[in-house]
Design a protein around this ligand. Structure first.
Ligand code: COD
Ligand code: ZN
Ligand code: ZN
Length: 416
């Protein structure tokens, strides 16, 4: 009987090699790394030397340097960044419009893969695709416990120390400590963030696109669908048509607004705004009267239902407020005001019932909603491609800043 038992099938050498290659590729896909790169097992617990853009001084372009990135401490996550967008706030740091301690590693609109985790981290593991979050979600503070709001008390915008929670930094270069930025610092091949500031996303998400969900897209889109909760059939006005304002236009459209009036002093922004859903475009420089009066004329003397200021100027914030219906209108401030600025406002604008709100990162509770936004993108509920006008190798970061300053780009994505 023994002689008749079927022999196990033997694989040829070629088939064995194919199987090993397949397993290797599967593992690499899971970590997001390229062939030839070994990471998770070999680098965990060690200092990693890698490339980063270091901003040494205000008003000087960042320089590409080799830096050392320490391993994550308890409740921290070290991430290999694979794609990062250049946001206006990064530029604001360089110009001094946004205060941050130098030297630092900027960058906050990114996506990557977890390289290693510190003690006590349970929500992500090495190999997970993630988006680092400049607003964390601790789950414990007053805001996190509330159904409303998203500005977790642990947020790095308010703290602005450029240090991790234990008061130290994970970055050094040429023997000097470098500050973190917004708790994220993604102009670096590797970064360390707190576990509360990481969102695990879909394994199939294209990182060079969904990195925009880490700031610009979510900030603008959320202002309409989350903060204002624009209703179907409403009339909206969006002031400022940069990447964030265009995302607000997309949000108004997704919410079912029937009129979306796009406002900008640069008329070259109008074709893209129309592509994103604007029904009309207005240049305030074409009129003698104030833009709020123009918008009242355009809406039969009623004003718009929702207005959004996506520029960051005091005069346009007031004009956007004055543009909405005097009783049921809502105006949302998305742009950060210049430092030390003040409003000089007619209180009647608010006395009659208008609602004036601010929105940071689109009002999304970040760890809850950023993964959902990525899934919505994968489900084709909105587009990111029209916002990405340039993709450059990381080393060309200063070319990316120049494209932003000269108004030639909407978003530049840098890849490593
Ligand atoms: N009237 C009309 N349009 C104007 C005016 C004006 N007086 N001045 C400028 N504009 C237009 C410009 O022509 C431009 O098209 C647009 O406004 C601004 O676009 P960008 O490309 O400069 O900027 P965005 O869209 O990338 O970002 C704009 C913000 C206002 C969102 C940004 O600058 C900001 O303030 N961000 C901070 C808010 C925030 O949430 N920060 C957290 C992380 S970023
Ligand atoms: Zn940003
Ligand atoms: Zn919190």
């Amino acid at each position: 009987m023994r002689g008749t038992r079927k022999q196990p099938t033997l694989l040829t050498n070629k088939e064995i090699k194919q199987a090993i290659d397949f397993l290797k590729q599967t593992e690499l896909r899971a970590t997001g790394l390229q062939l030839g790169e070994r990471s998770t097992m070999s680098t965990a617990g060690k200092v990693i030397k890698c490339k980063a853009a270091v901003a040494w001084e205000i008003k000087k372009p960042p320089s590409i340097e080799q830096i050392e990135v320490a391993p994550p401490k308890a409740h921290e996550v070290r991430i290999k960044i694979l794609a990062v967008g250049i946001c206006r706030s990064d530029d604001h740091v360089l110009t001094g419009a946004l205060a941050a301690p130098f030297p630092l590693v900027m960058g906050h609109e990114s996506a990557g893969v977890v390289e290693s985790i510190g003690e006590g981290v349970t929500s992500v593991k090495p190999g997970d695709k993630v988006i680092p979050l400049f607003i964390p979600q601790c789950g414990k503070c007053r805001t996190c416990r509330s159904a409303r709001g998203n500005l977790c008390t642990e947020n790095f915008l308010g703290r602005n120390s450029g240090l991790m929670c234990d008061g130290t930094t994970r970055f050094t270069c040429k023997g000097k400590s470098l500050h973190h930025f917004m708790g994220v610092s993604s102009f670096s091949e590797y970064t360390v963030v707190h576990e509360n500031a990481v969102a695990k996303i879909d394994d199939d998400a294209p990182l060079e696109k969904v990195c925009l969900i880490g700031c610009g897209f979510s900030t603008g889109y959320g202002a309409a669908v989350q903060t204002a909760q624009v209703e179907p059939g409403s009339t909206c006005a969006v002031f400022g048509l940069g990447g964030v304002g265009l995302s607000t236009v997309m949000g108004c459209k997704a919410a079912g607004a029937s009129r979306i009036i796009a406002v900008d002093i640069n008329k070259s922004k109008f074709p893209k705004a129309k592509e994103m859903g604007a029904t009309e475009c207005v240049n305030p420089l074409d009129f003698k009267k104030p833009i709020n009066e123009v918008l009242f004329d355009m809406t039969g003397g009623e004003g718009v239902d929702y207005s959004f200021e996506v520029i960051g100027r005091i005069d346009t914030m007031t004009a956007a407020l004055a543009s909405c219906h005097n009783n049921i209108g809502t105006s949302v401030i998305v742009g950060a005001p210049p430092p030390d600025s003040q409003f000089n406002l007619d209180p009647m604008l608010l006395f009659t019932g208008r609602t004036w709100k601010g929105s940071v990162f689109g009002g999304w509770k970040t760890r809850d909603y950023i993964p959902k936004l990525v899934s919505d993108f994968m489900g084709k509920k909105f587009m990111l491609d029209p916002l990405i006008t340039h993709t450059l190798p990381f080393d060309n970061i200063n070319e990316g800043f120049e494209l932003l300053r000269t108004g030639k780009s909407i978003r530049t994505v840098l890849t490593f």
